[in-house]
Ligand binder design. Sequence first.
Ligand code: TXA
Ligand code: MG
Length: 306
Amino acid sequence: MKSTVEDAAGALKAGGLILLPTETVYGLGADASNAQAVAAIFEAKGRPRFNPLIAHVADAVAAEAIALFNPAARALAEAFWPGPLTIVAPVRERARVCDLARAGLDSVAVRVPGHAKARAVIAAFGGAVVAPSANRSGRPSPTTFADAVEETGFAVQAAVDGGACAVGVESTVVSVLDGGLALLRPGAVTRAEIEALIGPLNDRPDDGHRSPGRLTTHYAPDAPVRIEAEAARDGEILLGFGAGIGDPRWSLSPTGDLREAAANLFRMLREADRTRPVGIAVAPIPPVGLGEAINDRLQRAAGFVG
Ligand code: TXA
Ligand code: MG
């Protein structure tokens, strides 16, 4: 099933779920104001209800109708939207994002996606679209249309094919609450880029900045994942990075390019998993820039966090 932008907008209006392509990963979308539709997202993903969703909007004006932005939030929106950045800010009283979508918190996560088709769906629908990654809870996020259909296609009334996701890892999440700034999830908008704009980010956020989604195991394929690997052991597939490590067919980036590695990461974890290996080993990835997000996801896949 491949749906048009108009079909997807119609499905949202009718209270259905959709597969929404974005530049980061595919999302499982619903009308943010429709508690029944939002409940169906949690159901389809098997997602714990304490984990809130991101409201996707067409532009910064629509974001500010939902969230209360301070100057730092505004600077972030201006610099990085549309794009792979999510801002967590206090929710406005009359925001049309239901309680369940926010997991009852008094804050809300908002993002203007960089993918033109995502914005077209949101514009045709005319409201905020909540969309977690379209994987079933705990599994790697889908970064191709086929992978999204395989994960949660059973639950949707429309599925929009936006091609392979250019970024490949989920958006950077920054909370801007009570004058404090915290990096809740690293992503393609890097720590350095954010700090250059709004100053130092807190790495051990207090309660007000907590990110419930980070408490659970994530991004794991079925096979065990071993990181910082120099070579494959018996029965393992080695995902390489840079020249000379492993089989080039299984390299995240033969030239050692972090953008390429991020774009390939979840797709290759899934492909490796399909061969039913004893394990998936991954070569060391430098933890700088976009490498912080790649290492974050890999550590979670390997079970070191959560
Ligand atoms: O790139 C992305 O962000 C993708 C695409 C589809 O836009 N979406 C995505 O959504 O990754 P999800 O639900 O898989 O991750 C959202 C993250 C979770 O870690 C969640 O806990 C956090 O954002 N979050 C959402 N609302 C929050 C809030 N009010 N306070 C703190 N963290 C929040
Ligand atoms: Mg997710």
